[in-house]
Design a protein around this ligand. Structure first.
Ligand SMILES: [Zn+2]
Ligand SMILES: [Zn+2]
Length: 734
């Protein structure tokens, strides 16, 4: 399963937000925006990428619009009324109320004032809005039986929402534009701690950390006050909604406190109408405004009045709010042309202007003239004040949201490429989340987990609820003779509970996690451990001179009824005797049943000479080591030295008849019929000694390494002589 994200707009740029996400067999379009910097077909997303045939109803499950800004909703009437999309569209109540005002304002600017070809009519806007389903915050909308969506408060502008979408086990959030700090009229974004495969976030201020808002507001008020004091005119280009209301609140309040009389104008009836909506939708504003509502609606501005066109060249100072915000045309451009040539006047610019607009030109250095087209050139002498407060989150806000949600993947949209690259680096290095920032018309596919529901048995649950600390760091730990306080316990025990079980999948049955006991019961088996074994040949040098294990097996034990009247004095005889003894002790059946304890493998299951003749090796190893063990011990010693020189190990345990490293055990095997021996061709018994080896599965890698060494090595037995303790043979004579 994967989530595929096709970026049709706002990829490595700001403008025409539009992202199509395929999730769990559903296809959702998030936002359907317009690019304010273009007049040709680049202003709309390339919808043909969704469906070549143009059957958008079949290609999309639904559209969700995050807020009323034109770069998020501007192309919607075109897509529904011209391209013919007829499926479900969701947006919050305020967005549904305010988006048509924005669209109509834009349409008028383009068609009536700039004389452009009409892209969509007033009726188109009305018909488009009829298709929209309004949703509330945190209301779970079941789009179809599998896809559900839910809106969360995003701050930014009135009605802005982050959208959560879920299909089966796959979930994602598309943030739209958001603000992580409250402003004068809106609260901060709020979202639940959701488990997400993917988060698609805006990144307008990907590298900016903003200082206190209060200082920036004061700076703005100072600049405006200074200008009107000197008799100048202040042009504040804004969109009709959002920033206009926030700045109005700020100025209205300041005018009241400073007792100023200079008029504040709104350029069109539209904005007054918008203010009315803000009054109605008070529930979506900031806590402060909601609380003050009992005494006064903050959007009843005392000092703001509507503007008449004839006032443009009237004498005396004034403040004018005019649309559109980035001076891309319309009334704000008209007034800018009139006021820009006087240095007494002031133009404030919003924090962000899309490339291609007059606002963007003014922001990038202070030009003295702007060539609008081949006939129009504006002489720019006025003061420019750039407002750095913006309803977008800054880099800290993005990082805070990401660390709060910790999604599995992040896609950045709605930002500038070089800044996105820097933010991606931070997200990957600081948060360890894979991050992408595709360009327009590029697709990114991220893996999405699939959860399989399983049953569990009672005994599995019981085991799980037992105390099972995960002592990962401080092993070994001795509880008995140390008093450990609670903090220390929490330090050494991770608070994660470990539930170990076996996943049992049977045909046509729901998968089940069972405990070990459940499985034994199910398989009708007794508790047992599986061990691996191999009887490995090892080359022995000089074996003819001193040792011949292949013939030593039948001699009687020392101390038993003696067939040879004179006890052997030569080392060879000594070795034969020892071989005989050991052969009786060792049985190389290494698949044991029942719990395995250290030494289990040394205890023969069925001794060759009957149970009575099989003494427990464990009871007398030190004695054996002192009296008979030396020749074998020496051979094992040679092997052990070989291991130590070839691999990094220091804890090889040696007893008189075997050596052990972790669960790997090796002992000399004198049983020619050992079932763990694989005869490869004609082996040369004279130069080979067999070592029966056993190990548990968990040490398989180590065991194979050791066996590799054993097959390569050649043990030189002539070295054994001086390894023998001086009086070994004397003991044999007893
Ligand atoms: Zn926006
Ligand atoms: Zn935006």
């Amino acid at each position: 399963m994967a989530i595929e994200c096709l970026v049709l707009g706002a990829g490595q740029e700001v403008g025409k937000s539009c992202v199509v996400v395929s999730i769990g067999g559903r296809r959702i379009m998030f936002d359907c925006g317009m690019h304010m910097g273009y007049l040709d077909n680049r202003r709309y997303p390339d919808f043909s990428r969704i469906s070549e045939s143009g059957d958008f109803n079949a290609a999309l499950t639904c559209i969700v619009i995050t807020h009323f800004h034109l770069d998020h909703v501007g192309a919607l009437p075109y897509f529904t009324e011209i391209c013919g999309y007829n499926g479900p569209i969701y947006m919050t109540y305020p967005t549904k109320a305010l988006a048509p005002l924005m669209l109509e304002d834009y349409r008028k600017v383009m068609v009536e004032r700039r004389g452009e070809e009409e892209q969509f009519s007033f009726d188109h806007i009305v018909d488009c809005m009829k298709k929209v389903t309004a949703i509330d915050l945190k209301q779970v909308i079941q789009v179809d039986k599998d896809l559900s969506i839910c809106a969360y408060y995003a701050g930014h502008v009135l009605g802005a929402a982050m959208i959560y979408a879920k299909v089966g086990d796959n979930a994602m959030v598309y943030t739209g534009d958001y603000n992580m700090t409250p402003d004068r009229h809106l609260g901060a974004a709020q979202i639940d701690r959701l488990e997400l495969d993917l988060l698609i976030t805006e990144s307008t201020y990907a590298t900016t950390i903003r200082d206190s808002k209060y200082a920036r507001e004061r700076e703005f008020l100072k600049a405006v006050h200074k200008c009107v004091d000197a008799g100048g005119k202040v042009l504040i280009p804004t969109f009709a909604l959002g920033r206009a209301q926030e700045l109005c609140l700020l100025l209205d309040d300041y005018w009241e406190r400073m007792n100023l009389k200079v008029p504040i104008y709104f350029s069109a009836g539209l904005t007054i109408q918008a203010n009315m909506y803000y009054k109605m939708l008070i529930g979506w504003t900031s806590q402060k405004i909601k609380e003050a509502y009992g005494t006064r609606n903050a959007f009843d501005f005392k000092h703001v009045c509507s503007f008449d066109r004839s006032l443009v060249n009237a004498p005396g100072p004034c403040i004018l709010f005019a649309t559109p915000g980035m001076i891309s045309g319309g009334f704000s451009l008209e007034v800018f042309k009139q006021w820009a040539p006087s240095e007494k006047n002031l133009v404030t610019l919003p924090g962000y202007c899309v490339a291609g607009t007059v606002g963007h030109k003014l922001m990038s250095g202070k030009p003295t003239r702007i060539d609008l087209d081949k006939d129009t050139c504006i002489d720019v002498r006025c003061q420019i004040h750039q407002m750095s407060f913006s309803p977008h989150t800054d880099a800290k806000g993005i990082m805070d949201l990401l660390s709060f949600l910790s999604p599995k993947h992040v896609i950045l949209v709605h930002g500038e490429k070089p800044k996105m690259a820097i933010l991606k680096g931070r997200i990957e290095s600081e948060l360890g989340i894979p991050c992408f920032y595709p360009a327009n018309n590029e697709a990114v596919s991220v893996p999405a987990g699939q959860t399989i529901r399983v049953d569990v048995t009672k005994s599995f649950l019981r085991n799980h609820f037992n105390r099972n600390f995960n002592l990962s760091k401080h092993e070994p730990l001795c509880f008995s003779d140390t008093i450990i306080n609670h903090e220390e316990i929490s330090e050494i025990c991770s608070n994660e509970r470990i539930a170990e079980g076996i996943l049992l999948m049977e045909k046509n049955k729901i998968a089940k996690i069972v405990s070990e006991n459940d499985l034994l019961h199910k398989l009708d088996a007794k508790e047992h451990t599986v061990q691996l074994a191999f009887c490995c040949p090892v080359k022995v040098k000089n074996s003819q001179q001193s040792l011949d294990f292949s013939t030593g097996g039948t001699k009687p034990l020392p101390g038993e009824s003696n067939s040879e009247p004179n006890p052997p004095h030569q080392p060879e005889k000594l070795l034969r005797a020892v071989s005989g003894f050991v052969q009786r002790q060792i049985q190389t059946c290494h698949v044991t049943r029942g719990p395995v304890h250290p030494g289990d493998l040394m205890r023969p299951d069925s001794p060759p000479d009957g149970p009575d003749t099989a003494p427990n090796n464990l009871s007398q190893p030190s004695e054996m080591n002192a009296s008979f063990g030396t020749p074998f011990c020496s051979l094992l010693e040679l092997l052990s030295r070989e291991f130590e020189s070839k691999i990094d190990c220091c804890n090889i345990q040696k007893t008189f008849d075997h050596l052990q490293l972790k669960s790997f055990q090796a002992r000399i095997c004198l049983n020619d019929l050992c079932s763990y021996r694989i005869q490869q061709g004609q082996s040369d018994c004279k130069t080979e000694t067999f070592f029966c080896c056993s190990w548990s599965l968990s040490d398989d890698i180590l065991a194979r390494k050791l066996l590799g060494i054993m097959r390569e090595v050649e043990l030189d037995i002539s070295n054994i002589a001086f390894l023998l303790p001086e009086h070994a043979s004397e003991h044999m004579e007893m």
